[in-house]
Ligand binder design. Sequence first.
Ligand SMILES: [Fe+2]
Ligand SMILES: [Fe+2]
Length: 298
Amino acid sequence: MSNTPLAPAPVTSEHIDLQARNVSFSWEDTPLHWLPGEPFAGHTINVLHLLLPAGERWFVHVYKQVLPYITDERLRADVVGFIGQEAMHAAAHDDVLPHLKRLGLDPTPYTAQVDWFFEKLLGDRTLPPGRARKWWLMERVALIAAIEHYTAFLGDWVLNAEELDRRGADPMMLDLLRWHGAEEVEHRSVAFDLFMHVDGNYRRRARTWASAFAALVFLWQRGVRFFVENDPQRPGAKASFGQFHRAGRKGLLPSTGSMVRSIPTYLSRTYHPSQEGSTAQAVAYLASSPGANGGVRP
Ligand SMILES: [Fe+2]
Ligand SMILES: [Fe+2]
């Protein structure tokens, strides 16, 4: 039996210097049902606008605390680039919320819950300096690595979701999703590399994956229900798992099967995020994204 431990195997050609891009989107011409005839799928994707601003600001907040623990200069540069990109993502999704409110769907009751989740439940606790404080910091670094597994998964999905184009999805919304998705693919290794650098404990990785997955499923299904049940154009509408599954089969959402398969992928001891998704595809999209190149309506 070999004594060589199984270790993550990064694809070195997938590394890239990260930069935050200034973006510009204008929402006045985007309808509430920006994915024509598929309000459930559109609302499921809309949950991103509710979760990401608070979630990505929380990433930035945690990562600023972990910077002193980084002893590798290239990783430090990656983390600084990551912080810049995530701050921009949070602001861009935040800008959609007033537009949804103008269209009759006020997201404030739900975003208040999400803010509580990230700021209070996952925020800084009044821990004394020392082991307890460091334990909580490492726990959150591992949680972010698990969440970033899913943001990269979604980014790769949306870059390849041609069915959204065929169904006539609003080009501005599609560009927001694909610009963000492309940057998620571009920086998909940073959170994992950071976790491996400062801790890397496999039990922590598995435990925090379970917490992150459960939290994402819980928050996402609540968000979908919130949007569907408060849609002013569809009074009495209800959300169900069957609708999610069918939209996945149509290519309008990630398929249930691909989501299930992503679980053993992350839990494999040889997994590294660079093994999935394509940096070349992400960079090519970013070079052509209207929002990332002056903000003209696509
Ligand atoms: Fe992001
Ligand atoms: Fe990210």
